[in-house]
Design a binder for this molecule. Structure first.
Ligand code: FMN
Length: 198
């Protein structure tokens, strides 16, 4: 797919077909994520790709917290939309795979990087965008879900791996073959200012 087309046609997918994603395809997508730019070239990202029993336990945990999550957002959206948000949070759209993205905790470097966040956080976000585009290019759908972070400790407990203990979760990304074709949200105006141009 041509890059401009991929950028414009990528959508957040929240409903997936019950079809497994081949590991080789996931490897390609992750490999492209790893080519993102990063703060001081620290490559401060970390990916955990989960399917099977642990993924199912994570979704069950999300379902237990869906009600709480919805109380956080219910004043922002109409009731119908709140229902959709709750349902998606509780099921992850039936995704066969979830990729959790973390960043390193490197607080001691903050004096060299005046950011109000972990220095690797924006780099992990750049890697996520690469990942979403690479997935879309291969006919996969995915959704960047920051809301997973509200149960980060519980998810880490289920993952049961040492590597994420000193990291910060940036997002969960349910991924699979899309079972919906959402329309593109229109672009908002007044987002760019040109200085020194005719
Ligand atoms: C930082 C970030 C966090 C997001 N978190 C969530 C989330 O928790 N749940 C969700 O359903 N979508 C989430 N999204 C997806 C947005 O809702 C989505 O990108 C937006 O509605 C635009 O739709 P599009 O991706 O199809 O263009 C997130 C996107 C970003 C960039």
């Amino acid at each position: 797919m041509e890059l401009s087309e991929a950028i414009k046609t990528r959508r957040s997918i929240r409903k997936f077909k019950d079809i497994p994603v081949p590991k080789e395809v996931l490897e390609e997508v992750i490999e492209l994520a790893l080519w993102a730019p990063s703060n001081y070239n620290m490559q401060g990202w970390y990916f955990v790709v989960v399917q099977g029993e642990k993924k199912d336990r994570i979704i069950a945990a999300m379902a237990r917290h869906a009600e709480t999550w919805v109380t956080n957002v219910k004043n922002l959206f109409p009731e119908k939309m709140v229902k959709i948000i709750q349902e998606f949070f509780a099921t992850m759209g039936g995704a066969p795979v979830i990729i959790f993205v973390y960043t390193d905790k490197t607080e001691q470097l903050l004096e060299y990087m005046p950011l109000d966040m972990e220095p690797g956080y924006p780099s992990a976000c750049a890697a996520i965008q690469n990942l979403l585009l690479a997935a879309h290019d291969r006919g996969l759908g995915a959704c960047w879900v920051a809301a997973c972070c509200i149960i980060e400790d519980e998810i880490n407990e289920i993952l049961g791996i040492e590597e994420v203990r000193n990291k910060v979760m940036v997002a969960g990304i349910p991924l699979g073959y899309p079972d919906q074709r959402p329309p593109a949200p229109p672009r908002q105006g007044n987002k760019v200012q040109w200085l020194g141009f005719e």
